[in-house]
Design a protein around this ligand. Structure first.
Ligand code: ATP
Length: 301
């Protein structure tokens, strides 16, 4: 069983001719509303991958549809509470005529997760269960400490990296799934993938490191072994949003089901290559049977 204590966001996208400037009032030509948040995307990826997954978190008054979306993908949402009287975590996004973005983030309900909710959640799970975390919610430190103390495996997608994240007890993390920018910020060096992996392992010798390098592929490394590299699948990318979230969900679903790191990298790469070939975030995350069909088509089933 996997419990993802993570963010649940709403993205409000406003189409504008050009971004609003200081003192100016402009009208938007269209508003679109999307489900978002790394937590939500990763739970949906886990659910569509067929994992036994529960999401724990908080929605605001207007966030009930986020719960329904996860439920439709097979996620147990019984631990998603409502922060009554508070707004849901959301992003206000201006999209100009050239497709560029300007974003205001409001943590809302995601920042109201407290130590109490984390403790109650963890108590409902067993030491053999896994905890997945990102850094878009409050009390990440409590979650790492609490899960580790309970003997659960802690998987962290350290995104975004900020001072609060760097102050967490990262040495208690069992597996990091991160991109090059995040690895560079945590390890404190700039360098090629092999240097980033070495620096992460020097700093966290007991952890497994899964490093994604976009259209190039992904690596797995642990102390004392040769790194494993899985090239990305060649596809026509139309929208890379949620590539990393799809990868994280499928990778963890595979590991929790007993696959070795090579197989988990292969399946996660196939899944994220499908996600980048479709528009959108959560809607682009493939179902398990689509991933299996892709692998079978390539003789990799
Ligand atoms: P994001 O924040 O956009 O979700 P990320 O930076 O966390 O992404 P990436 O390293 O960009 O994660 O991508 C994760 C995985 O998705 C890669 O390891 C790769 O397998 C796959 N992927 C990403 N971009 C492409 C692409 N253009 N073509 C095929 N696969 C891709």
């Amino acid at each position: 069983m996997i419990v993802n204590i993570g963010s649940l966001n709403i993205d409000y996208v406003y189409d504008v001719e050009s971004f609003v400037r200081k003192g100016q009032t402009i009208s938007s030509t269209r508003r679109s509303v999307f489900a978002g948040g790394k937590g939500l995307n990763q739970s949906i990826a886990l659910g569509r991958a067929g994992a036994d997954v529960a999401h724990a978190g908080l929605v605001g008054d207007e966030g009930a549809f986020l719960r329904d979306l996860m439920l439709e993908s097979g996620v147990d949402v019984s631990r998603v509470g409502t922060a009554e009287g508070h707004s849901n975590g959301h992003a206000i996004i201006q999209r100009d005529s050239e497709g560029d973005n300007c974003i205001i983030l409001h943590g809302g309900s995601n920042r109201l997760i407290g130590a109490g909710l984390i403790d109650t959640t963890l108590l409902a799970f067993k030491p053999e269960d896994w905890v997945l975390l990102q850094n878009e919610t409050s009390c990440v430190s409590n979650a790492i400490e609490g899960a580790h103390a309970r003997g659960m495996k802690v998987v962290l997608n350290p995104s975004p990296v900020n001072d609060a994240l760097l102050a967490c007890p990262l040495e208690l993390v069992d597996c990091f799934i991160l991109n090059e920018g995040e690895a560079a910020a945590i390890a404190g060096i700039d360098g090629a993938a092999d240097e980033l992996l070495a620096a992460m392992l020097d700093r966290f010798p007991d952890a497994e490191i899964v490093l994604t390098v976009g259209a190039d592929g992904a690596y797995y490394a642990r102390k004392g072994g040769e790194p494993i590299f899985q090239p990305a699948f060649a596809v026509d990318a139309v929208d890379t949003t949620a590539a990393g979230d799809t990868f994280t969900g499928y990778y963890l679903a595979e590991r929790a089901a007993g696959s070795d790191p090579s197989r988990a990298l292969l399946v996660a790469s196939a899944a994220s290559s499908i996600a980048v070939s479709r528009p959108g975030a959560a809607p682009s995350i493939p179902l398990r049977r689509e991933v299996e069909a892709k692998l079978a088509g390539l003789g990799l089933a």
